[in-house]
Design a protein around this ligand. Sequence first.
Ligand code: ZN
Length: 92
Amino acid sequence: MYQSPTRVARVQVERTKTRQMANRRLNVMSSDQGAGKGACHSCGSTDEYVIAVHRMYVVPEDWDTKPAQSVQDDIEMWCFSCRTHYPHVLAD
Ligand SMILES: [Zn+2]
């Protein structure tokens, strides 16, 4: 499928913006208040060291879809394993 140079450039700019937003969030969210031993809300493991996070839904970029992400307002407690595997941001 033919893509004009203009369209390609625009997509790259948007991708950069999204990455900058994500980095800013990660830098701000560095506190680990509320952390402790407990059950993971994501995988259900108990006796895990869990911390408060907001689940993040990510829509991957496709040929006809712009990449997008949305952060949920709900706070969940996640274990290290889930924080490794799934997108999220740390809660305040
Ligand atoms: Zn987990």
